[in-house]
Every structure is written in C-alpha cells, then in structure tokens.
Design a protein. Structure first.
Length: 379
C-alpha cells in the first residue's frame, strides 16, 4: 500500500535522469551551460555561440561559427506555408498558440518528418532556431495591423529579431539586452517544458512534436507565461511615466501587501529549485537597469523595487528570471502577450539539446500512480 509520503507530487525533489546539458545548483545559486557559468556566457558570447555550445557540448571554432551564422541568416524568412497557417488564426489569439501552430506546421511540412540521423535532427533544430524569430515578429506586427518586415542578412540574430519586429534598427544597448535575455532563457535542466519534450521524445516521437508539446507547457503562468503575467501585474498597479520612482515603489508595495493578504500567487517570484534566488536574476536585472536608463523610465524601477521589497518582507520569496525579463521586453516595445513567445525562441536551443540527449540514451518515461479510486465492484 503506497503511503502519502511516497507520493512526490509535481515530482518535487525527484531526480529522474542524468543530463550533461546544464547544471542548476541551488546551494551555490549557480547555473552552468556545458560547464560554463551562464553569467560568463551572457557577458561574452553571442546567442548563436551559446546555441552551438548547448547542441554540441563545445563552444564553436571561428569556422564553425561562420558556417552556422551563414546558415542561420539564410534561413530566417517566414515560410509562406507557415504564414498562411498563422493567417487562419484570429489576430487576437494568444501568441503562444501562434508559436505552437507554427512549429507544428513546420514539422508537418518537413521533408525529414519523423526521426532521422543525428545530423538531420540537429539540422531541424538549427532550422527552428533560424525560423522562429520571424514567427514572433510577424505575429507582433499583424496584431498591430502592420505589414511583415523581411529579414536582413547583414544583421546578427538579435539585431535581426528586433528589426523584423519593429521595422527599424535597434540601438546597440537594446540589442545587447535582448541578447542577454536569450542566453539566460536558453536552458534550465528539467524544467516543466523541457521535461515535456523529453517525455514526448522518450516514446520515439519526432522533434517537432516534442517542441510543440514543450510550447504547450511553457505557456502556463506557473512556467514561461510568468513573464507576461509580471507585466500584467505592473499594468494592474498602473504605469505612469511622470511618476517618481519613490511614489511608484510605494504603490507597488501596497499592491503586494494586498495581493498576499488575499493569498494570491504573484508571478515572477519563487522557483521550484532555487530557494535563495534565481542565479540568472542579477544579470537580467542589470540588463533591465540599462534599459531603464536608455528609455528614462525610472517609474518602472520603482514598481520593480516596491514589489520585490514587499514580497521579501512578507514571505522572503525571491524573484525568478521572468521578473526582470518582463519589464525589459515591455520597454523594448513588445506587446505583453509576445513575451513568452520570445522565451520559446530562446528555449528551442535547450529543448532540442535535451531531445538529442534523451534519444541518445533513451528509456520510455512512464511513472507509476497510486490508485485511490473505487474498489473493484460488479456492474
Ligand atoms: C520558470 O523550473 C524552471 O527551471 C523554470 C524556469 C526555467 O528557466 O525553465 O526557471 C522558468 O518557470 C520560472 C518560474 C516562473 N513562475 C512564476 O513566477 C509563477 C509564480 N511562482 C510560483 O507559482 C512558484 O514559486 C513556483 C510554481 C515557481 C514554484 O512553486 P513550488 O516549488 O511548487 O512551491 P509552492 O508553489 O508549493 O510554494 C511554496 C510556498 C507556498 O506557500 P504556502 O501555501 O506553503 O504558505 O511559497 C508560496 C506558496 O504559496 N509561494 C508564493 C509564490 N511562490 C511560492 N506565494 C506567492 N507568490 C508566489 N509567486
């Protein structure tokens, strides 16, 4: 008879497999991608280099990077079949549904649909990496009634992502903050969406099905959808560009006290693994601080500080990556609903790295359950 203690709800604290892709260490509050501290990668490497590191286990040589960069730049354009599918969706449907649909359409049209050689599978990941920014950019523009903007091969990944979205070249500091967010969002071991991708892969289903399923998991506000939810909190409190940082902080504190008194879960705070703060937050917060200076929006900092202080005071719960990421994307000009699709674009690298790892040493993922329903009975 299974005892309640034997049930590990949410698989909390359960180690289910090895991974060499990343190491999340709550004791030291650190995160390594293939052995490199994520802070070092965010400070020194392009998102293209980090993608190759996650997929192959090593940082690329100059010739490997040149080859991948050329491939990525040549495969950015929105596939007309994907555009036609997106155009069938309501302009106000959630952008995560657009992202999920786009990957599904790419998979359904892929000449190597199903499982193929490791080289062909890696090519699928690189194609998704290159193609997804155009999906996000097109959806952001159609929601605003704007025409599609073609990619530019003279811009790097992050610059082109912003170019296709806003139809103008972003300032270097904005591009860099965006690049930092992509590096930080890329990978995080067995989070819910990555584990979903591994479960799907463990049945020997295909890469596009695994990524489509992972997108479904990421959409939830307890996971990737938290960055969007953070901005809804800021909007609910009220954003007033003319308000002082101090006054904004005061209002934010009052909001948090009331929310916690009402037993609300405030998105952007807490983490299943990190219990003393998310290792990525200081790097993402520094990027947010640079955006606040760039756009001169100090009331945003007031809201950020006020909420954080009140949560810390009441429950000692620290922010997670989604907390600074949300307002950063807001300042860059993205609609709130577009934040989690940006997370998809980054996490495609982590998800596909885990898909390869799962397939290389596979076992069908099928846990047990303890039955607590009706005893056997006659009709
Ligand atoms: C991501 O796993 C990953 O690695 C994910 C991720 C990645 O890179 O892939 O890091 C990305 O998903 C970050 C997390 C984004 N989610 C949110 O911001 C949603 C809000 N956070 C919470 O829902 C919560 O912190 C979780 C879901 C993230 C983790 O929750 P746990 O570990 O299951 O813990 P819990 O929900 O049981 O909370 C423990 C206690 C509870 O208090 P009591 O009921 O016991 O009194 O802490 C409280 C909770 O109420 N609590 C919160 C809270 N988070 C925890 N209370 C208010 N607001 C919160 N955000």
């Amino acid at each position: 008879m299974t005892t309640p203690e034997e049930i590990k709800k949410g698989l909390a604290g359960v180690v289910v497999d090895y991974t060499a892709v990343s190491k999340v260490n709550p004791e030291t509050n650190s995160l390594l991608y293939r052995g490199y501290p994520v802070q070092d990668l965010a400070a020194n490497k392009s998102f293209e280099e980090v993608a190759l590191l996650l997929w192959t286990g090593e940082l690329p040589s100059q010739s490997e990077l040149t080859e991948f960069t050329a491939f990525e730049r040549a495969n950015r354009a929105l596939d007309p079949r994907v555009k036609a599918a997106i155009d069938l969706l309501p302009a106000d449907c959630h952008p995560m549904d657009v992202g999920r649909t786009a990957v599904s359409v790419i998979g359904a049209n892929h000449p190597e649909a199903g499982n193929s050689s490791p080289e062909a599978e890696l090519l699928k990941a690189k194609e998704l990496f290159a193609a997804f920014p155009a999906v996000v950019a097109y959806d952001q523009r159609r929601r605003r009634g704007l025409e599609i903007v073609a990619p530019r091969e003279d811009l790097d990944y992050s610059s082109n992502f912003l170019w296709m979205t806003f139809g103008e070249e972003a300032a270097p500091e904005v591009v860099d903050a965006f690049r930092v967010s992509m590096v930080l969002y890329a990978e995080h071991s067995f989070n819910a969406s990555t584990f979903t991708a591994r479960v799907i892969t463990s049945t020997l289903s295909d890469l596009h099905s695994a990524v489509t399923g992972a997108i479904g998991a990421l959409k939830g506000p307890l996971h990737g959808g938290a960055n969007e939810a953070v901005m809804h909190t800021f909007t609910e409190i009220g954003i007033n560009k003319d308000e002082s940082r101090e006054d904004a902080a005061k209002r934010a504190k009052a909001w948090m006290v009331e929310a916690l008194a009402a037993k609300k879960k405030v998105m952007g705070f807490g983490h299943r693994v990190y219990k003393h703060g998310d290792s990525r937050v200081p790097t993402m917060k520094a990027a947010l601080d640079r955006m606040i200076e760039h756009y001169d929006r100090h009331e945003i900092l007031g809201l950020y500080d006020g909420l954080e202080a009140a949560m810390d005071e009441a429950k000692s719960i620290k922010p997670n990556l989604d907390y600074p990421a949300g307002p950063t994307y807001h300042l860059m000009g993205f609609d709130t609903e577009m934040f989690t699709p940006i997370f998809i674009a980054a996490r495609i690298t982590g998800w596909t790295s885990h898909i390869f790892e799962q397939r290389a040493a596979n076992a069908l993922i099928r846990p047990l359950s303890a039955y607590n329903g009706s005893e056997q009975r006659a009709l």
